[in-house]
Design a protein. Structure first.
Lengths: 413, 266
């Protein structure tokens, strides 16, 4: 999507292979990715892959996607300079990519619109999705309402409680919300339950996967639909500052907002890419979601990637104050970017994230999602390292309205 | 040690299907699992699948999830799984491990295959390991002399059935329905068609699992398959029993009914 009136190109969507880092036909990013799923799902995954393969270079599909992004999601989103916030970052210039200003309030809408359009092409009438913070669930329920699809959202019982407002939003949008009481009762268990639904109802149902994890082709499809964030931001940075940023920062749970903003910069070797995971109560507390920084290579939810697991491969429950980052796995492309050294991943504790959350609200009048606040905290740190000449682009992936309950408790408001 | 080949040859000679029972290790307790499996063998199960409890069993329905959760809460480790296999193999039944891939991956494929063979296990069933990703495991299993069983499903294309069957030794596991584990009112009609399609691609025995819960269903499935796999129906009875001994008696009763079923091909 370039100037007003023009349409999203196939290259905007998928990079048209120009990055040379697309997964191979088995969905492998190096040793990561692939498919570790019941055989029953293979035909459905093949179908999704082949329908997407045709769609991504189909003019009509691109037009529809572009139209909805523009007229419904509110794209392009703006960049915002945050000088008062930047004062705390050693004077480095921090610029936000405002995904919080999209319809439904987070970057999730981009992927959801793309996949909802795919669902129609698949000839399916029902979508299911998992959700952690509820943002993907709300976005999915929204797109389902828009396109007339039946919608069922799986959400961990713990998350239903801490994101009660989003549960209400989903219901209002006509979705059925199923609280998941198994295991840790958070995002990973919601994903298990969604897979169980999918294998049972695959003839009628598309699993509208919400992040760049899962079996091939989800990591590629979700990335491509989120890629617009970085494509826009790169162009806008050149317009605003006359050059590329020194660094791009994003929060990483499953990794969709981070891949979304990173991907358009991968070939720009001078641009540092920094991902910030939830360090929860700190690495040593054992209560964190430091999948890339402290996890090990394994298989979770259908793909090979970094995982929080014990010495026998049992998943370790993650912890974060932010439901959207509370996930013991991560997208395989991030695992690949980490191992190749192209991106660097760090931890941000609950306390650091909440401090950045509060600082952003007080200095700039923007209440960010707690997920995004991890990236903001990271940018404060990075700014002090890089110095006052540096320009740092941060993906403000969502707004914080949904987090008021958590904030009230945390700050005693 | 009884091999899968021996079991299926013998069942064929008797003009019946083999009966395969599934129980997770560590449920209802570490020793209780061995005793329960022994009761199944005594009652007529030819093959026992010992489930390796995993934190994220995305192919399992609520019954097995519940049992697996209890097993993990009991602190079941892979060493316990191996001990369970050893105890069950000692009864003379061919004993397999059914497991999601990640625990093997983490433990080390060669080490797992070797330890399983040493415990008297004859192979594994790996429901989330696709042919594309199965190379290392098939190599390790072949080196340790154990069988590899993979699943085909009603949705599988002919190409996929061929690819899966080519990776199997021992038998092919045909999932009777599109769904998760758990007893159903009736065995899906898709099962018979799937078995037929699978036979066109392999000479290996084809066993049917998912949804089998009664002797009558076992008889029906035995009419077209080489083996009948029962899991959730046993576990349901154990979960509902007041104590381990009652649970054992209850699953033995069901296993006898099933054993009769596989001998009276419907």
């Amino acid at each position: 999507m370039t100037d007003e009136g023009s349409i999203l190109t196939a290259a905007d969507l998928a990079g048209n292979g120009v990055h040379g880092d697309d997964p191979d036909r088995h969905g492998k990013f190096g040793i990561f990715g692939g498919r570790y799923v019941p055989e029953a799902l293979i035909p459905a995954l093949d179908e999704v892959a082949s329908v997407y393969e045709k769609a991504k270079s189909d003019e009509q599909f691109l037009r529809e996607f572009d139209h909805l992004l523009r007229t419904y999601a509110g794209r392009p989103t703006t960049l915002t300079d945050v000088p008062r916030f930047s004062e705390q970052a050693g004077g480095a210039r921090i610029i936000l990519k405002r995904e919080d200003l999209t319809h439904t309030g987070a970057h999730k809408i981009n992927n959801v619109i793309g996949q909802a359009l795919l669902t129609k092409r698949l000839g399916k009438k029902r979508v299911i999705a998992e959700t952690g913070a509820g943002q993907h669930g709300v976005a999915t329920a929204t797109a389902a309402a828009l396109l007339g699809l039946e919608c069922v959202i799986y959400m961990g019982a713990v998350d239903c409680e801490r994101q009660a407002l989003n549960v209400a939003r989903m219901k209002l949008l006509g979705a059925t919300v199923v609280p998941v009481h198994n295991g840790s009762r958070t995002l990973k268990d919601a994903i298990n339950e969604a897979f169980r639904d999918w294998v049972t109802n695959v003839d009628t149902t598309h699993y509208l996967f919400g992040t760049v994890a899962g079996p091939h082709p989800f990591p590629e499809i979700v990335r491509d639909f989120a890629r617009i964030i970085g494509v826009e931001a790169r162009r806008q940075m050149l317009e605003l500052t006359g050059r590329l940023p020194d660094a791009v920062c994003a929060a990483v749970g499953g990794g969709s907002n981070a891949i979304g903003i990173f991907h358009a910069f991968i070939e720009d070797r001078d641009v540092q890419l920094h991902g910030y995971e939830a360090a929860g109560h700190g690495l040593d507390s054992g209560e964190h979601a430091l999948t890339l920084t402290a996890g090990s290579v394994g298989v979770l939810h259908g793909s090979r990637t970094y995982v929080l697991q014990d010495d026998e491969g049992q998943t370790i429950e993650s912890h974060s104050i932010s439901a959207g980052l509370d996930y013991p796995g991560v997208g395989p492309e991030h695992a690949w970017l980490k191992d190749t050294g192209r991106a660097t991943y760090h931890g941000v504790t609950d306390d650091e994230a909440m401090a950045a959350f509060s600082l952003m609200a007080r200095t700039e009048g923007i209440i960010p999602a707690i997920e995004s606040s991890h990236a903001l905290a990271g940018a404060l740190r990075l700014g002090r390292e890089l110095g006052p000449e540096a320009t740092i682009l941060v993906n403000l992936s969502g707004r914080g309205d949904k987090d008021m309950g958590t904030a009230m408790k945390y700050f005693n408001l | 040690m009884t091999t899968l080949q021996t079991v299926f040859a013998k069942a064929k000679a008797d003009n019946r299907a083999a009966l395969v029972g599934y129980l997770p290790a560590g449920f209802p307790s570490k020793d209780g699992a061995i005793a329960a499996a022994a009761a199944l063998v005594e009652a007529g199960c030819d093959v026992i699948e010992i489930g390796l409890p995993y934190s994220d069993p995305l192919m399992d329905g609520p019954t097995i999830q519940d049992a697996v959760h209890r097993s993990l809460t009991n602190g079941t480790r892979i060493a316990d799984v191996m001990r369970t296999v050893e105890g069950v193999a000692a009864t003379g039944a061919a004993t397999l491990v059914m497991t999601y891939w990640n625990p093997i991956d983490r433990y080390g494929a060669e080490r797992f295959a070797r330890d399983l063979a040493n415990a008297g296990g004859v192979g594994t069933i790996t429901p989330d390991l696709t042919p594309e990703e199965s190379g290392p495991w098939r190599e390790a299993s072949a080196a340790a002399g154990i069988d590899t069983v993979f699943l085909v499903a009603p949705s599988s294309t002919e190409e996929r059935i061929q690819a899966v069957a080519d990776c199997c030794t021992g038998f092919v596991y045909a999932a009777s329905l599109m769904g998760v584990t758990g007893a159903r009112e009736s065995v899906n009609v898709a099962a018979e068609g799937l078995v037929k399609r699978t036979r066109a691609h392999t000479d290996l025995p084809v066993c049917v699992g998912l949804g089998v819960g009664t002797g009558a269903q076992a008889a029906e499935v035995a009419g077209y398959a080489d083996g009948v796999i029962v899991g959730s129906a046993f576990i349901r009875r154990m979960l509902d029993a007041p104590d381990e001994a009652a649970g054992r008696a209850s699953i033995a009763e069901l296993a006898r009914e099933m054993a009769q079923g596989v001998r009276s091909r419907g």
